[in-house]
Design a protein around this ligand. Structure first.
Ligand code: PGA
Length: 304
């Protein structure tokens, strides 16, 4: 197969956007130039990599396989770039980081402090996504560092915890349970819950808690973001279970209350994670150390 790095880069961009137009904008090329490179690539591979259905393009099976390898090669090249820069003694750096959606309530504050300290020499790419995508990204070496809840066993990962992540039950202030103390978990049986989507760390922790306490979720309403859950609870749709990190504003404005349920909060932890054997760039090493040493002091989790 006679594939060039240039073709790989173009392929990677088209596959990410699933659009020739957006890839050509990103790469500062004309659209015909992008189409031509993809055509040549398909000729050397000997299989179509994209198919067009209506106005949309999709990856073929061969395209998906190609994408897996192209992403891994691109990530390795990016790593090589950084290593060479560091050998040349260059100070500039790019930090590619992916975080769980709940972590996005505090990670921007950490990035802001870190970037300020480095006087604008660090550029950042931040991807906010769900746990499934975070694990895929780790497998494919897409990011320098990932911030997530409990990482899975059995993958070759380095995971260090740096901050508590208390999960609490929330209600609107006029809810009958809002003023009760030491609510037994069984009382939750009668309540409707607004729950996060399957695949989120919050959802799996909630399911483990309910199973351990012999509780069943009665007709839960599933919502794919913390914001949607908070809005729904505020509007009186039911109770919610979210991380305390998401509640700073609502608690300060008394729009929501945290219920005093026995065995709560469910205590989870935030981890900074990277692949075992990964060669971290200087800037990624710096950010990792900064998070481990300073995040807990810089971030004040709202108190209960
Ligand atoms: P999430 O948060 O619920 O947004 O996935 C991560 C976690 O708690 O594991």
């Amino acid at each position: 197969m006679n594939v060039t790095f240039r073709q790989l880069k173009i392929f990677e961009s088209v596959a990410r956007h699933l659009s020739f137009t957006r890839a050509s904008e990103e790469l500062h090329l004309t659209q015909p130039a992008v189409s031509m490179q993809i055509k040549q690539l398909e000729l050397s591979v000997g299989l179509p990599l994209f198919e067009q259905l209506g106005k949309k393009i999709f990856l073929t099976d061969a395209g998906r396989e190609f994408d897996r390898y192209a992403s891994a090669i691109t990530a390795q090249l990016h790593e090589l770039d950084q290593v060479v820069d560091e050998m040349k003694g260059l100070k500039r750096g790019r930090l590619t980081i992916a975080v769980a959606s709940t972590a996005n309530y505090f990670v921007p504050r950490l990035l802001a402090t870190f970037c300020k300290r480095h006087g604008g020499a660090v550029s950042v790419s931040l991807d906010v996504t769900n746990r499934k995508q975070l694990l895929k990204g780790l497998m494919e070496n897409r990011n320098d560092l990932v911030i997530m809840g409990q990482p899975p066993e059995g993958m070759d990962l380095v995971a260090e915890h740096f901050l508590e992540n208390p999960l609490v039950v929330i209600a609107p202030p006029d809810h009958p349970l809002a003023t009760e103390k030491r609510i037994p978990p069984e009382r939750l049986r009668e309540e409707t819950f607004l729950v996060r989507e399957q695949g989120s760390g919050t959802r799996s922790a909630m399911e483990r808690y309910f199973a351990a306490n012999d509780l069943q979720l009665v007709t839960p309403m599933e919502m794919s973001s913390n914001e949607a859950i908070k809005q729904g609870v505020e509007a009186g749709l039911g109770l919610g279970l979210v991380s305390l990190h998401t509640l700073a504003m609502e608690l300060a404005l008394a729009k929501l209350v945290v219920l005093d349920v026995i065995k709560f909060p469910i205590m989870r932890y935030w981890y900074i994670v990277y692949r075992g054997g990964k060669r971290l760039s200087l800037v990624a090493q710096g950010f990792r150390e900064f998070v481990l040493q300073e995040a807990a002091q810089l971030l004040q989790t709202p108190s209960l």
